[in-house]
Design a binder for this molecule. Structure first.
Ligand SMILES: CC[C@@H](C(=O)O)C(=O)SCCNC(=O)CCNC(=O)[C@H](O)C(C)(C)COP(=O)(O)OP(=O)(O)OC[C@H]1O[C@@H](n2cnc3c(N)ncnc32)[C@H](O)[C@@H]1OP(=O)(O)O
Ligand SMILES: [Co+2]
Length: 142
């Protein structure tokens, strides 16, 4: 694993939290993105070398909705950058971690992601993320 890629924070109200984090960090979010497959709307902040992801639930089945109900707002996950997600999934599975998705799935901010169940990581949900490969050049030429 290369570095912490982002820290994910579950929030009830993305707009209100964007205002709060702007005051806190002194910078505005640089993007808002919805990832419907995860049932979330996210915003991203950069603070020096660090990245914060705020997550609001878009449906009651969303992992964020469940988390907010049980634990309230707060740190939801820590994401690590990896070069080869499939290799890391295989390595960590072999090491006995509970990898929630054996196949990389679409994340936000142009990433492929996988999650480790907090039951196997001292109660902390871990995300692994790899920069998604660029689409072939010809896609942009039509
Ligand atoms: C925007 C895309 C992406 C990115 O690019 O960055 C994201 O970050 S998406 C983030 C949202 N998606 C996910 O979290 C996907 C992975 N999570 C899951 O699959 C589930 O949340 C889970 C971890 C498997 C838990 O689901 P489930 O078992 O259905 O929920 P429960 O509410 O029953 O919880 C069981 C147990 O686990 C504890 N828990 C749940 N979430 C967390 C958490 N984030 N951190 C620590 N612990 C967590 C929960 O409290 C329960 O514990 P007990 O109460 O002790 O049983
Ligand atoms: Co994340």
């Amino acid at each position: 694993m290369k570095k912490i890629e982002h820290v994910g924070i579950a929030v009830h109200d993305l707009e209100a939290s964007n205002t709060l984090f702007k005051k806190l960090l002194g910078v505005s979010h640089y993007k808002i993105e919805e990832v419907s497959s995860e049932g979330v709307r996210t915003s991203f902040f950069k603070s020096g070398p660090n990245k914060i992801e705020l997550l609001e639930a878009t449906s009651p089945e969303s992992p964020i909705a469940k988390f907010l109900e049980k634990k309230g707002e707060g740190i939801h996950h820590v994401a690590f950058a990896v070069d080869d997600l499939e290799a890391e999934i295989a390595r960590l599975t072999k090491e006995g971690f509970t990898v929630l998705n054996q196949t990389p799935k679409k994340g936000a901010d142009n990433k492929l992601v996988a999650f480790l169940h907090p039951i196997s990581t001292n109660g902390v949900l871990i995300e692994l993320c790899q920069e998604a490969p660029s689409p072939p050049v010809e896609w942009g030429m039509e």
